[in-house]
Design a protein. Sequence first.
Lengths: 162, 357
Amino acid sequence: MKCHHCDKQATVHLTQILNGQMHKMDLCESCAQAKGVTNPENLSISSLMDKVELEVDPNATSMVCESCGTTHQEFKKGGRLGCEACYHVFRPILDPLLDGMHAGTKHLGKVPAGSESRIHYEQSIDSLKKKLQDAVEKEDFEKAAEFRDQLKDLQNQAKTTV
Amino acid sequence: MFHKILNKEPGVKKQPKAIPITLSTRIRLARNLRQFPFPGRAEVAQKRAVLSKCIDAMSGIKGLDNSVSVEVDDLSELDRQILVEQHLISPELSQVEEGSGIVLTQDRSCCIMINEEDHLRIQVLRPGLDFSSVWKHADEVDSGIESAISYAYDGELGFLTACPTNLGTGMRASVMMHLPGLVMSKNMDKVINAVNQLGIAVRGLFGEGSDANGSIFQISNQQTLGESESAIIDRLNSTLESLVRQENFAREKLLQDDRSRLVDKMSRAIGSLKTCHLIQSAEAMDLISLVRLAADLGMMPDKFRGLADRMFIEVQPGHVQLSAGKAVEPSQRDELRAELLRNHFLRAPLLDLSSHS
């Protein structure tokens, strides 16, 4: 495979997912280095944003967070948001960025024990119910019993903590 | 009080033995309080309010026993530098003006930065490779704080952070690795490219943009959203295992193909450490790195590995001044550093080549 920019052998294969679309590029080592793609840290938020904005929202450039005053320009320049409300305001341009930046776009980690534990609890219950149903459909009753017990345990735990 | 903690040896009896290649393990959690702008956007009064709320929330929680808190602007320039050199605070926090603080446990295993880029940066560190106990400690402190204050959190995006690159778990798990074999065999660039593609970042000893003096690199997860903490740690761990294998392979290959040159380097390093009278920190780091390598290869007694790890920190400019007990000019620092090294390596034996002939 040849480099996208010169005729040398391509050794770096860049795959970016921007706005749900996959972009692939094959580069040789020196072109890749020159473009800074060998180090994902160099893929700055601002360069990613240039691509994203045009595709997502032509009004993006006038966005401003009413809660803390952070403007679209400031976010683009510094790559930092000003407060939790910014995450709502800039969400449309943020979503496609997160896609390229992280392993996924949905939080799968620790849930703070406060009010949010309920969300997690509901998610776990839903997922167990679904697993249980799948197992019953597949007539895998051993697994089904296991899920049923887990479900019971989880519900009992919730009762005791409330 | 604070100065004393920095100056003393960390709890010697609990210190695990230094192991080859992996120097230390760290986990950092980024958290923000609800209803306050992030520090970069906050007025001094808001930062002060966050600071006192956080410090109140930390009193008496498990995992922070025997801790002290201090405001950054109450610390001397030197104390700040010491904290940076011990990897307890970031260079950024050491430069802030007002309204930022530090909470540090007596054994220095946990250090919380308040009003750095985020309201809270909970950090737990340990020598050697030990993610499970480091995670357990960080998780415990995090939950303890959260029982007293509400975090900025979104069901879908997780913990909300000033920079979207920290979103989700807000967790940066990292390991400090000593990779002289890969550096000497000129394979480090390739390795960095390869692990970058796995979503793992490689930095120098003092974080972003710093040099890799002493062949020490900080390896950490790049991504924080879309995976659980344990999945991130597992992925990092498997990358680390493969880095350890490659480093060992590079060392074996150097011993096979270029044995005399390698032995010569390590042997001269010991000579220089025993006899130097003026030495800069970068050179000192490289010499100490060779001593650690010699210990790993069985050519120096094991205890020199632990000594090397101590010296990596103690040859830093701030530490040299700390042990001198006063501010000293750079040229005089080089003299004091040389004296420190001569004293420590005075009785160091010559390389033991018996098992490698």
